[in-house]
Structures are given as C-alpha cells and as structure tokens.
Unconditional design. Structure first.
Ligand code: NAD
Length: 477
C-alpha cells in the first residue's frame, strides 16, 4: 500500500490545503493499493507561484546544465525501473512485459534524447536584419491521462524542462502513483526548487484551476476531446497557449495485394495494444470487398490467440497478452459499446460484452472482433478505448480513403500493401497525424499528434521541444 499524504511544491513535500484523497485500485485484483491527496485551487496557486518564481533562473540556466539535470534524472529513474513496472502494471493493468518494454522503456529513453536535442538546437537564427530567437514560453501546466501515464507525463515534462520552462503537473487521478515515483526522483536529483511541482487532483478542480490560471503561460493537455474542450474554454480568457493531444478512431487500410497473415498480426496487435487503451489504436480495419473473407478469417484466427493474463505474471509473448481495463467505470463503458455494436446490427466474430468466465475478478474485457460493421455505426465512429476491433469493407481505394477520413478524428492510421509506393500514395490521402505502412515501427523521435478533433499540437522530437518555445524577432540597425 502506497499512501502518499503530501504534494510537491517549491522543492518540498507539503500538505495539501484540502483534506480529500483518492484511492488507487489494482485493475486485476480490485484491491486498494494506494492513495494520494486531491489538491485544491489554493494548492494550484501555490504551485504556480513557485513555478513563476523559478522561471527566471531556470530559463537562464545554460543549456548544457539543463541537459545534465535531464541525464541525471534519466539515470535515477532507470534505477527505479522495477518499481515503475510493477506500479504501472497494477494501476493501468498493462501486462508486465508491456510495462517493461513500453510503459517504462519509452519513459526512460526520453531524458537522453532531449538532453542531446536541446544541446544541439539552434535557438537563434538571422533573417535579413532580424535576429530571431526562440525562448521558453514560461510556466507550463501539464495535464495527463492514465493509459500510458508516465510516458505521457514525460512527453511534456522533459521537453518543457529542456526548453527552460517550469512545470506544474496534474497527473490522472486514476494512475497518480507513477507520478510520485518521478517526483521523488526529481527531488533526489536536486532540481532547483519550483522548477517542477506536483499537484494531484481531479480535472474539474485542479485541472480547471490550472487551465484558467493567469500565471500559467501554456497548458499541455493529453486526454479526451471532452476535457480538452473544457481546458480550451477555461484557458481562453487569458489567451494562453493550449496544446491538445486527444482521442482517435484510426483506420488500418488493407489494400487488395496485402498478405493476410501479415495483415492479421499487425491488425490485432495494433488494435488491442495496451488492451486497446491507446489513443492511436488501429480500431477500424478496412478490407476490400473482393478478398474480405480471407482477411477476416486470418484476423479472427490471430485475435483468438490473445490471452487475458494477470498483469503481474511473467509472460513472454508481448503480442498475445492482454490485461484488464484500468478501472471499473472504464470496463463498463467498453462493455456498453460492445452491446451497442450488437444492437446496431454488427456481427460478433469473437468476444462479447460479458465479464470473461476465467476472470470473475478484475476489470477484464474479452478481446472482441466485429464484422459487418458499417461506417455510420457507433462502434465505427466513437473511440471505445478497449479491445474492440471493427472490420469494415470497402469497394475501391477512393472508398477506403473516404471511410478512413469519415470520422471527427485524425490521429493515426495504417496502410498494408505488397507495394510500398502504392501504400505511400494512400497514406498521403489520410487526414491524420501519422500513418504506419506494413507495420512500420513507432518512432519516438518523430512528431506525434492529431488532425481534426484529435488535437492541435505535436509532441516528441524537435517538434515536441518547439511546442514549449516562444519566438522573438530582434531587428538590428
Ligand atoms: P480524460 O480527458 O478523462 O482525462 C485526462 C486528464 O484531464 C486527467 O488528468 C483528468 O483529470 C483531466 N481533466 C478532466 N476534466 C478536466 C477539466 N474539465 N479540466 C482540466 N482537466 C480535466 O482522459 P482519460 O480518460 O484520462 O484518457 C483517455 C483519453 O486520452 C482518450 O480519449 C485517449 O485517446 C486520449 N489520449 C490521447 C493521446 C494522444 O497523444 N493524442 C494519448 C493518450 C490518451
């Protein structure tokens, strides 16, 4: 049991001004495994004041010294690897092997990447008689979700600190424990007081107070479109920058020359990744009418190999294991979408809405595949955020692109084809922030973000750093 009774402001562990706490629940056992304070708007005021006061000094700290802090944090966090893995497996429900390679693995690499990036970044350039300089935007509020809790915190905190910004973090109230590990490490490394502050709490209290705060220069938000719109409204009165990373309903377009076995592997892993609780999950599989049955058979066979597992267990096959959903509320939401799919006339090829018989305890959902899905159905339009794959048929390439682009989202996508040039042509027509061809691997140095209602920013790599920079032109005589 990890019972935290403090929040972190101005380089010190202090009590919240409020008395509310939130319990953290193990997704597989349903046992309470921790609790954290739920902060208040007065806590936000104190944290923002600390971040504001630290900004002048941190933004003027030479880049090589900021980079050294990042490297020191990366090393100290790596020493907490096992703790990170077990904490995230319990909070989120990710199988241990997934927490090792993805949840923890991705989180550790960013510190060195951004240290090297910022050391080599050209903060100044000359344009005619102007010196154009890039400067840190100021105090950043980072508001983050629960699905990749530490990695998505790090995608904000690392570039913000590298840029010279100071930060107030509000992690998801469902998965706050990993944020405490990070904060303990930042404290241990001796980051100057006020440069990083942690105020856990709910969205409507702490998130809303940060979004509206006049001394916050930027909100960097990852989460649902609903909350992203609330943040934007609350931030509007102070005209601060709002970076949004939101949901998706990404299409995986199978061209008629693609190999069914390869398609099946990528389709199943790409849609069920982290139990489908992935913003860029490839949740709509678009197959050509002419070869529909071959692809459906291969995908259903592959999906039926996916095993539900205890997240704490040592499993070796990362491609075929799935843990529970992160919370009971979310499990119910996913099951409701599956019922809706059946009601609206889609055919279940695998899985279903009931609690899996082998797992009466824990927030498990059966790996589910629907066929006979039409593009207008709820399960083809809305983000389910669970292990539910919808297979949709198309007539020709134009029709495939039209269906792929036919949702409010535009986060990710994929194209499968024996001809990479043909696939690239289709990828260019997709209105999304990223497209993977034939299983092209996730690249943490490439920009990530959405078109349309999937967001308005880019994280990762140089683009992720630039989100936290202002631009000034100095005209020389
Ligand atoms: P959520 O929107 O419920 O919560 C995200 C964060 O916003 C939490 O910290 C929450 O407390 C806070 N919040 C909620 N209401 C708020 C308000 N009114 N003002 C300020 N903050 C508020 O999302 P979630 O359920 O935690 O995460 C799942 C969603 O996140 C999915 O839609 C998923 O696609 C999206 N997501 C997007 C990306 C991306 O990079 N594009 C990555 C991961 C998750």
């Amino acid at each position: 049991m990890k019972a935290y009774d403090s929040i972190y402001i101005n380089g010190a562990w202090v009590s919240s001004t409020g008395t509310d706490t939130a319990e953290v629940v193990d997704s597989a056992t349903e046992a309470v495994i921790g609790s954290v304070p739920m902060g208040t708007s007065a806590d936000v005021d104190a944290a923002v004041a600390a971040a504001r006061a630290a900004f002048d000094s941190w933004s003027n700290t030479p880049v090589d010294i900021r980079a050294k802090y990042l490297r020191d944090v990366g090393a100290a966090l790596t020493a907490r690897y096992d703790d990170i893995v077990s904490t995230i497996s319990a909070e989120v429900g990710s199988p241990k092997i997934f927490s090792q390679f993805v949840q923890a693995g991705l989180s550790l690499g960013e510190w060195e990447s951004f240290a090297a990036l910022v050391e080599n970044y050209e903060f100044e350039q000359t344009v005619g008689n102007s010196l154009v300089v890039r400067e840190p935007i100021g105090v950043v509020a980072a508001i983050t979700p629960w699905n990749y809790p530490l990695y998505l915190i790090i995608c904000k905190v690392v570039p913000a600190l590298a840029a010279g910004c100071t930060v107030v973090l509000k992690p998801s109230e469902i998965t706050p424990l990993n944020a405490y590990i990070l904060t303990e490490v930042l404290h241990e490394v001796g980051l100057p007081a006020g440069v990083f502050n942690l105020v856990p709490g709910t969205g409507p209290v702490v998130g809303a107070a940060l979004s509206a705060h006049p001394e916050v220069d930027m909100v960097s938000f990852t989460g649902s479109g609903r909350a992203g719109a609330e943040v934007t409204k609350a931030a509007a009165a102070t005209v601060k920058r709002v970076g949004l990373e939101l949901g998706g309903k990404s299409a995986n377009i199978v061209l008629d020359d693609a190999d069914p076995t390869a398609v099946a592997m990528g389709a199943v892993f790409g849609s069920f990744i982290n139990g489908g609780q992935t913003c860029s999950a490839l949740t709509r599989l678009l197959v050509p009418e002419s070869r529909k049955q071959e692809y459906i058979d291969a995908v259903v066979e592959e999906a039926s190999k996916v095993q539900l597992v205890d997240p704490a267990a040592d499993e070796m096959d990362i491609f075929h294991v799935m843990g529970p959903m992160s919370s009971k509320v979310h499990q119910g939401r996913v099951q409701e979408f599956i019922r809706k799919g059946i009601e609206e006339g889609a055919t279940l090829a695998l899985g279903g809405p009931d609690q899996p018989a082998d797992f009466p305890t824990g927030f498990y959902v059966q790996p589910t595949v629907f066929v006979d899905v039409t593009p207008d159905m709820t399960i083809a339009q809305e983000e389910i955020f669970g292990p539910v794959l919808s297979i949709i048929t198309y007539t020709d390439e134009d029709n495939a692109v039209e269906i792929a682009n036919g949702t409010i989202y535009g986060l990710a996508g994929a194209v499968q084809s024996a001809d990479v040039e043909r696939a690239k042509g289709v990828a260019r027509r997709m209105r999304t922030g990223q497209v993977d061809i034939n299983g092209g691997a996730f690249n943490p140095a490439a920009p990530f973000g959405g078109y349309k209602q999937s967001g308005n920013t880019r994280e990762r790599g140089r683009w992720g750093l630039e989100e936290f920079l202002e631009t000034k032109s100095i005209q020389l005589p």
